[in-house]
Design a protein. Sequence first.
Length: 296
Amino acid sequence: MDKLKKLVKIQDVNLRFDVNLERYTTIKLAKTGHIAICTSEKGLRELISHLKHYEIKYHLVGWGANQVLVNCDKTLFIKLDFPFDKNIFNTDSHIFELPASVSLGQLTSIAMKKKFKGWEVFTGIPGSLGGAICMNAGTSLGEIGNLIESVRVLRKNGSVESYKCTNESFKYRHNCFLNSGDIILSAKIKHNGYDETIEQTIKEYLAYRKDTQPLTTKNCGSVFKNLPHHKAGVTIDIIGLKGFGTKNISVSMKHANFIENKGEGSAAEFKVVIDLLKQEIERHSGFQFELEVKVY
Ligand SMILES: Cc1cc2nc3c(=O)[nH]c(=O)nc-3n(C[C@H](O)[C@H](O)[C@H](O)COP(=O)(O)OP(=O)(O)OC[C@H]3O[C@@H](n4cnc5c(N)ncnc54)[C@H](O)[C@@H]3O)c2cc1C
């Protein structure tokens, strides 16, 4: 990382070296690394051009709600914090272009206030718009991909491209248009008209999530993707693997597809626990669940 420390100061980019990255993911595993907080697209583009020049690897962190950072030594993590003006919603438009860093929580509050039909699909999902598009985040009410009209992407080569979404753009917890090193800058998200009952739907779904998911512990959301006819959490529960793991890192007792950091857990320990858990699941059920959480 010495090359990185030679970087000149870039406007709107706050570079932090050798910091504890714990606060940048929701599972809060201690790990030392380097992070750049970018508050403008211009600053981000300049940073990417420097990183390309020096051949330094980088990786995006949204809210860090679905990722675990393990290999931090030779990477610069990048977090976006672009300005967001809520006045954009004071129009009759059905489509809004929003920065990738806006939080889904903010959008849910707006959906309740403005009665936006369709925005209930991301109720209670912690994350940024960019991270949610990357993951095609969703609930049993639907997926965010169905609301995305287009995405502005800073490609690895430094060009900015507007990508128009189609029916082929998203799959279950997956997007089909980002390549390694691409960064979502902003997206056009639509709503499907107005629904007076939306606030009630969101409130009821939030209460359901509170009852069924460990929302107040340190975790990284669903660890495994479901198979078409087999839910990962149900399978892990039936096998009897709730609580599986170490003193620090173990399968949640509330929802078996969540792994919690109960104390001083490290990223390396998390990796060991998920590898062992995968083996146990396969040994007992024969199923191979693909990881949903991104282990970087
Ligand atoms: C308690 C809890 C409950 C959850 N419940 C759900 C749920 O019901 N449904 C669901 O789908 N998910 C759920 N999750 C997982 C998580 O909230 C979602 O996947 C969310 O969309 C992640 O957004 P993020 O901003 O945190 O992305 P991160 O976790 O930071 O990143 C996810 C991926 O997106 C990439 N990325 C992030 N921002 C950008 C960008 N601007 N450009 C390019 N790539 C980017 C990252 O590099 C990474 O590969 C839950 C998580 C928690 C902790």
